[in-house]
Design a protein around this ligand. Structure first.
Ligand code: BES
Ligand code: MN
Ligand code: ZN
Length: 414
């Protein structure tokens, strides 16, 4: 028995309650060898709250949907567990917020609308926020970010969200997130079967908003800054084109081979901006970056790539504890050597090979590595874990809310 088996069994109970149209229940919390009381209670709550979730906003007849909205916990140490209960409720609520926003229609969460949502959250949860508009982004010279944005009727926005939980410490982490509110592929248009879920291409940035909100509400002692480029990748008369060459914020030039490799372009500018202006000690980026990571790990594991194995190891430990698992792929020089263009400093998509898309997830990270000089960095490719094509365990079909528990664990324990 592990925390995960508790989450899964309680989820089975939730599904049965829904079947029998019951909306409240109580659990007599068991003693389980080798698992702390508070971790058992936490798992029971997570299995219940996350397992109860359904995305029903657009169902007109909600009467048939059973909301299991009351959970009783029977425990001989109930007073001692108060803090755990409150903490877990905050984490789960923020995961449900994350699922809702990722499941939402792309237009309803366009970059300008997302800015309003983020401002509201920042005010309520006491985060500092700065939102840069198109003019600011142009002035900074983030031309890769602008190139991706230029085909959309929605202008881009860059959010800087700041949580200072440890005023005594100088140590700072930056979280950089891919916020593509819809990825049509651009002129290299995606086909049927590949475009339907692309409203979820902002899951990385949204996970960071949910994480910062949680860190602040839990008063975790850490300083963490989110850098979130939001824009839309559209097919249009004004869209950027294969063959175009752009100068990035860093000064390096990029040849566009494929307009569907847009995530790495907006992240490139956001990463070098973060290193140059924010100057954090550590950077973690979260991005639904490649379909290739789904070929590698399916929807089960998040692929990570890093320039610091000690840093990656710590993230791995948190992943094991939360059952939000990550696995490191190598970022050897040989991969980076393949990121070569005849016309510019680098292409946005490299050697494909006879069978296509060779080392696709790693090549994405290899491209990104060109935009950082010396900051400790982990790239998390969440394309697989952030969205489930079918209901599985305590995850409803669609947005999973993956990553908040992992990151909150990481910042609480390191
Ligand atoms: N947003 C996609 C990656 C993706 C695929 C996320 C499936 C979730 C599910 C990304 O922008 C993309 O299109 N990547 C391309 C890169 C390629 C053109 C080098 C891919 O993976 O095919
Ligand atoms: Mn794409
Ligand atoms: Zn994308």
């Amino acid at each position: 028995v592990s925390q995960e088996t508790v989450r899964r069994s309680i989820n089975s109970v939730i599904k049965k309650l829904k079947y029998y149209k019951l909306n409240e229940f109580a659990v007599s919390c068991p003693d389980i060898k080798n698992i702390k009381d508070k971790d058992i209670v936490r798992a029971i709550m997570e299995g219940s709250i996350l397992g109860n979730y359904e995305f029903i906003k657009y169902k007109t007849d909600k009467s048939k949907i059973i909301d299991v909205n009351k959970l009783g916990l029977i425990h001989h140490k109930s007073l001692e567990l108060r803090e755990t209960i409150e903490r877990t409720k905050i984490i789960c609520d923020n995961i449900l917020w994350l699922r809702d926003i990722v499941n939402e229609n792309a237009d309803a969460k366009n970059p300008v609308e997302m800015a309003n949502i983020a401002r509201e959250i920042a005010k309520k949860s006491k985060l500092n926020i700065k939102i840069l508009d198109e003019k600011d982004i142009k002035k900074l010279g983030m031309n890769l970010f602008l190139a991706v944005s230029q085909g959309s009727r929605f202008p881009p926005r860059l959010f800087i969200l700041e949580y200072n939980g440890d005023k005594k410490s100088k140590e700072r982490y930056a979280l950089v997130g891919k916020g593509i509110t819809f990825d049509s592929g651009g002129l290299n248009l995606k086909g049927t079967g590949f475009m339907e879920t692309m409203k979820s291409d902002m899951a990385g940035a949204a996970t960071i908003i949910a994480t910062l909100k949680t860190l602040s509400e839990l008063k975790i002692k850490k300083n963490v800054i989110g850098v979130l480029p939001f824009c839309e990748n559209m097919i249009s008369q004004t869209a950027y084109k294969p063959g175009d060459i752009f100068k990035s914020y860093s000064g390096k030039t990029v040849e566009i081979i494929n307009t569907d490799a847009e995530g790495r372009l907006i992240l490139a500018d956001a990463l070098s901006y973060t290193e140059n202006v924010i100057k954090p000690d550590y950077i973690i980026d979260l991005a639904t970056l490649t379909g290739a990571i789904l070929k590698t790990f399916g929807e089960y594991v998040c692929g990570i790539m890093s320039n610091d194995s000690g840093f990656a190891k710590k993230l791995y430990e948190s992943g094991e504890e939360e059952f939000e698992r990550v696995w490191e792929l190598p970022l050897y020089e040989d991969f980076k050597d393949e990121v070569k263009s005849d016309f510019a400093d680098m292409p946005n998509s490299s050697y494909e090979g006879l069978y296509g898309g060779y080392a696709g997830a790693i090549m994405g990270a290899a491209f990104l590595s060109n935009f950082l000089e010396n900051t400790k960095w982990i790239h998390m490719d969440i394309a697989g874990v952030s969205w489930y094509e079918k209901q599985r365990n305590y995850m409803f079909r669609g947005a999973t809310g993956w990553g908040v528990r992992l990151l909150v664990n990481f910042f609480s324990n390191n």
